[in-house]
Design a protein around this ligand. Structure first.
Ligand SMILES: NC(=O)c1ccc[n+]([C@@H]2O[C@H](COP(=O)([O-])OP(=O)(O)OC[C@H]3O[C@@H](n4cnc5c(N)ncnc54)[C@H](OP(=O)(O)O)[C@@H]3O)[C@@H](O)[C@H]2O)c1
Length: 325
């Protein structure tokens, strides 16, 4: 038996239950991981609340972790007991002291990246990788708008965009968050709770707007984000921290200048082993070179997942959050 955080039904943070679970032996193509650190991501709150329904209940939630291989199932040739690995993808089950994982979804971690950093960076870091290099390929000299710039995805994005030579306009919820985003390469911060961010973006771009908006906030920023785009610009709507974007009339995209919209997910962009490895390697490179520093700003014992969810949804966290196991 090991300890795990499960939900027995969808709902608020109080539904997170500290349970004993059986892990069992790894099957064909699987390994059993002893986890050292688990990543907290906004998607965990969607699984908990029911916004993204889980396949079956009760469910151990969580998609990201780092640890050591402690048993290898039949048919696994490229991993052995004692290997340090990390991951960021389904199946759900990361909020646990130990778990089974398909071997082909794991990435070996170099010694230079410790367990907490690995658990903090895989999901948010590979997300930034695909968003700024593949969903829309940001070029040197471009100015982009990134919402929630002081968050987990946001701080990594500010640094990586800066590394690519882009100018970053970032929205933030407080003065403290503005300072933090600036310290991580965000050139212009906009306090979007008090300021009209559309007007601010227009000011900063001489009225032209930006070629791409990265929006993980969703409902509250959707309309304004479209107004920040230049003609034929791309709206990358990649999350729902304030709630899902309501159904939208496509005619709005023509009225606002032949805009493009995409709603990408990390799961699609790392679906093949080749894409997963390339994305992880690009991330490990920028972290290894020091271009991107992974900021673990909060840690909680896994048993205190409820508090962590309350803080994340209460906009109290900055940077990345990790559960210690
Ligand atoms: N599609 C994908 O592949 C993918 C992958 C990873 C993450 N995501 C999405 O990316 C976004 C950021 O994820 P994260 O894990 O790094 O979280 P995060 O940015 O650390 O936390 C969310 C932030 O959103 C902002 N926010 C604005 N309105 C909010 C509201 N009403 N309630 C709560 N927060 C609000 C807050 O920052 P301020 O106080 O500064 O406004 C908050 O700190 C999420 O939407 C997540 O679902 C998508």
């Amino acid at each position: 038996m090991v300890k795990a955080i499960r939900i027995h039904e969808a709902g608020g943070p109080e539904k997170l239950s500290w349970d004993d679970i059986e892990v069992g032996d790894p099957g064909e193509g699987e390994v059993r991981l002893k986890q050292a650190a688990v990543g907290l991501n906004y998607i965990d709150t969607y699984h908990r609340s029911g916004l993204y329904p889980v396949p079956a209940l009760p469910a151990v939630i969580g998609l990201e972790g780092a640890g050591v291989v402690e048993a290898v199932g039949p048919g696994v040739s490229d991993l052995k007991e004692g290997d340090r690995v990390a991951y960021a993808n389904p199946p759900l089950g990361a909020y646990a002291e130990a778990r089974l994982m398909p071997a082909h979804r794991l990435i070996k971690m170099p010694d230079s990246i410790d367990d907490q950093t690995a658990a903090a960076m895989m999901l948010q870091g590979m997300t930034v990788e695909y968003l700024i290099r593949r969903t829309f390929r940001v070029e040197k000299g471009q100015t982009v708008l990134f919402h929630a710039a002081a968050g987990g995805v946001g701080l990594i994005a500010c640094q990586w965009l800066n590394h690519l030579g882009a100018t970053v306009i970032g929205t933030v919820g407080s003065e403290e968050k503005a300072e933090l985003a600036k310290a991580h390469g965000c050139h212009h911060t906009v306090l979007y709770r008090d300021t009209d961010f559309v007007a601010a973006v227009k000011d900063l771009t001489d009225g032209k707007g930006v070629p791409v908006v990265y929006d993980g906030v969703g409902k509250d920023t959707w309309d304004g984000s479209l107004d920040c785009l230049m003609p034929r610009g791309m709206m990358v709507s990649f999350g729902n921290a304030s709630g899902p974007v309501p159904p939208t009339d496509l005619g709005i995209l023509s009225q606002k200048g032949s805009l493009y919209v995409t709603r990408p997910t990390l799961m699609t962009y790392t679906a093949s082993r080749e894409d997963l490895v390339e994305s992880a390697e690009a991330l490990i490179d920028v972290v290894g070179s020091g271009a991107v520093k992974i900021e673990v700003k909060q840690t909680y014992p896994l048993s205190e997942a409820r508090q962590a969810h309350e803080d994340l949804e209460g906009r109290k966290t900055t940077g990345s959050t990790v559960f210690t196991v």
